[in-house]
Design a protein around this ligand. Structure first.
Ligand code: SF4
Ligand code: SF4
Length: 230
């Protein structure tokens, strides 16, 4: 997989340091918004050319995709069948949703038409994240990243703001013969079909069987690697 991110915590700290020293007041749009997001607990940010998204891109030629990683302690609780003390996934989903709305409003306040959510432009967050080179879509239908496995919660905004979009290469599908998530599913909800363009959600998941237990997230071999093994 490609390197995880151009904007991460180390870079956010460097930007804040530069600002404190009074240097580079005219930070470019990308850096300014990356700092905004990472100051609100996003762990990574990418700016994406939205043109492969079809009609939506005519109005919103750029996308900003960002996310937060789930903690290893939370994942370990799930892995070992302990009820987690905190509702970390739900809380992160709410936080990234709120941050998406706040980002869209901030951009709109600067005169850049922006939209958040999935339905308005029919672009799931993970589709944009894949375009951004953040990961591939696994047999568990989740985004699989290099740094955090499936343990990420995403947010995104489509926008007319002239962000400089990186030249990202979508990550190649990486499941291969692996079936760890499929075999870990207690209800047989995952069909084992690998994702590719044109494959529907229903080809990969029997929705009526999915209990949202998150075992397929935790048991992905890339999530296990992020956790440091089992
Ligand atoms: S969330 Fe649970 S039930 Fe649903 S597909 Fe994943 S492992 Fe299976
Ligand atoms: S566990 Fe294996 S098959 Fe499932 S998403 Fe991860 S890499 Fe793909």
């Amino acid at each position: 997989m490609a390197a995880m991110m151009p904007y991460n915590k180390r870079m956010a700290a460097a930007l804040a340091c530069r600002r404190q020293r009074g240097g580079d007041m005219a930070m470019d749009l990308n850096a300014r918004y990356a700092e905004y997001l990472m100051g609100r607990k996003a762990d990574f940010v990418r700016f994406v050319d939205a043109s492969p998204m079809g009609a939506a891109a005519e109005r919103y030629p750029r996308a900003v995709v960002f996310g937060r990683a789930l903690s290893k302690g939370y994942l370990r609780d799930l892995m070992e069948g302990r009820p987690p003390e905190r509702r970390e996934f739900a809380n992160a989903e709410s936080a990234m949703g709120r941050l998406s709305k706040a980002l869209a409003a901030k951009l709109a306040g600067e005169g850049y038409e922006s939209v958040t959510g999935i339905k308005p432009a029919k672009t799931p967050h993970k589709t944009v994240a894949r375009l951004a080179g953040l990961g591939f879509i696994g047999k568990n239908l989740l985004l699989v990243t290099e740094g955090y496995g499936c343990a990420v919660v995403l947010g995104k905004v489509l926008t007319a703001a002239p962000f400089e979009a990186g030249n990202h290469t979508p990550v190649e599908q990486g499941c291969g013969d692996c079936r760890a998530c499929v075999d870990a599913c207690p209800t047989g909800a995952l069909t084992g079909r690998a994702w590719e363009i044109g494959v529907s959600r229903d080809d990969m998941l029997i929705r009526s069987r999915c209990t949202i237990c998150m075992r397929c997230l935790v048991r992905c071999v890339h999530t296990v690697r992020y956790m440091g093994g089992v």
